[in-house]
Design a protein around this ligand. Structure first.
Ligand code: BGP
Length: 493
């Protein structure tokens, strides 16, 4: 039981889980959908990177997004399971290649109707959709033809796509997240997923050739597109709420050596705060401008761009939290990994099977740091642990996974959330990563499982795709039922 003296989670708290279209839907080429940048990413692993194959070659490679876990056809079954857990919210993304498959073509009615059906199904079960407009799936055609976000044509496309969605889904969606983890584009490794182009010489995810000017110009275009889309959205429906979405990973100094402390501050500022600063405050922060000057990066800024960034600032901040980093000016020893970053190993933290540091207390620190800086409502839209798991008989004629480690991980993080709420933070929801197992973004594996629901599918994409409730399914149901008060159980069906 949690501490009764603590302030409770607010009424209407958005408990649920999250997903991304290209990691769960499959059906990559049906009903008029075009190929997205996720559809040419091969399966990888902890020790071999995902390849980017601009020509999709299904004879030679396995592309996990093509079938994924078939949420496209099985969404009713999945939503029914979410409803059984008592979800209040489900974070999902719209794959723009279903809705506007090409740059100039008409919206695709089949794609529009599909998401309308999904939203209606969620609403019928009392589940609030929280919708990411772009979770790493711009049309592959744009990469081939004009380096996608490096070109302003991507802005026009994205704003038009958003308008189509804002018009069509009025009354069905209230919360819109603009781009998934856009802040990662301050790092080279995010070029493909977020700027959606490959410089010559790039063949894989983990080893991308950089052109910083082009990367930051793309980021500028993404900011402008976001601002313009938010402004249009507010006109279409003033009750819409728009959020930025960042992957937040605070950097700790490895020691109290002032040099380490300063380095940690700089790293957090640049990697975690740069993008939310622009999208929440509506202007480039001082340190970004200095970075551009120091590195000879001159952005091409057109008339109206800075006004779009200013007037299209967002209403709330959503973020993914998987852990923290650790920074040193001297330490060269063991390394620790996280969501898209590598750092010095923090000796106080345990790590997951994939080497990611586990830091529940860091979530409270993060919530305080974010609220202190931004003073806007906060929404945690990803947090979880990836584990390779096997089904075992549940003793009742079906199968389950005894994922006590997941329960332990989530419990510790929710405890810290509760403490942060008691600290006075305006936290409006928590969508764990993920409801049902899906394809890992970083490695493309199926075996890196995060869900409350196990899906029978292996790394080659083979399996019945049948769904099974894990032990954490029952645990999370109880957490939601008690609005986060009971984190202990019962955890039996
Ligand atoms: C975030 C992405 C998600 C998700 C998650 C876990 O960066 O927004 O799409 O995949 O990380 O990462 P992975 O799938 O690499 O384990």
């Amino acid at each position: 039981m949690s501490d009764a003296t603590l302030k409770s989670f607010p009424e209407g708290f958005l408990w649920g889980a999250a997903s991304a279209a290209n990691q769960c839907e499959g059906a990559w080429d049906v009903d008029g959908k075009s190929a997205s940048i996720a559809d040419c990413l091969t399966i990888g692993g902890i020790d071999h990177p995902r390849l980017i194959t601009l020509d999709i070659d299904t004879d030679q490679y396995t592309y996990p997004s093509h079938r994924a876990v078939d949420f496209f056809h099985r969404y009713k079954e999945d939503i029914a399971l979410m409803a059984e857990m008592g979800f209040k919210a489900f974070r999902m993304s719209i794959n723009c290649t279903r809705i506007l498959p090409t740059e100039h073509g008409e919206p695709n009615e089949a794609g529009l109707a599909y998401y309308e059906d999904v939203f209606r199904e969620l609403r019928a079960h009392g589940i609030e959709p929280i919708v990411t407009l772009c979770h790493n799936d711009m049309p592959l055609e744009f990469t081939r033809e004009f380096d996608c976000w490096a070109d302003r044509r991507a802005i026009d496309y994205f704003v038009r796509f958003c308008e189509v969605c804002f018009e069509r889904y009025r009354g069905l969606v209230s919360y819109w997240l603009m781009f998934n983890e856009l802040n990662l584009l301050t790092q080279v490794s995010a070029t493909w997923l977020h700027a959606c182009y490959c410089n010559e010489g790039t063949t894989s995810f983990d080893d991308q050739v950089d052109d910083p000017r082009k990367r930051f110009q793309s980021l500028h275009h993404l900011f402008v597109a976001s601002g313009l889309a938010v402004m249009r959205g507010r006109k279409i429906d003033p009750s819409y709420r728009f959020g930025t979405m960042a992957s937040i990973s605070l950097n700790y100094p490895h020691t109290c050596n002032p040099d380490d402390v300063f380095k940690a501050q700089q790293a957090t500022q640049f990697d975690s705060f740069f993008v939310p600063d622009v999208q929440v405050f509506g202007a480039y922060p001082f340190f970004a401008k200095r970075y551009f000057e120091r590195n000879g990066i001159e952005l091409a800024i057109e008339d109206g761009d800075l006004e779009a960034i200013r007037d299209g600032h967002v209403d709330f901040l959503s973020f993914s939290y998987y852990g923290t980093g650790c920074v040193s000016t001297t330490e060269t020893g063991e390394r620790m990994y996280g969501n898209s970053f590598e750092s010095v190993r923090n000796p106080y933290l345990e790590t997951t099977e994939w080497g990611w540091g586990i830091d529940a207390v860091g979530l409270r620190t993060t919530l305080n740091a974010l609220y202190d800086r931004y003073h806007v409502p906060l929404l945690i839209v990803e947090n979880g642990i990836g584990v390779s798991e096997e089904l075992v008989p549940d003793g009742k004629g079906s199968y389950t996974v005894n994922d006590d480690y997941r329960i332990d991980f989530l419990r510790k993080h929710i405890e810290q959330m509760h403490l942060a709420v008691d600290d006075g933070i305006d936290l409006i929801g928590y969508t764990a990563w993920t409801a049902m197992d899906l394809v890992s973004l970083g490695t493309g594996e199926f075996k890196k499982r995060y869900g409350f629901i196990f899906i029978d599918c292996d790394d080659q994409g083979e399996g019945s795709l049948d769904r099974y409730r894990k032990k954490s399914f029952w645990w999370y149901k109880r957490v939601i039922e008690t609005n986060g008060e009971d984190l202990e159980g019962p955890i039996d069906a």
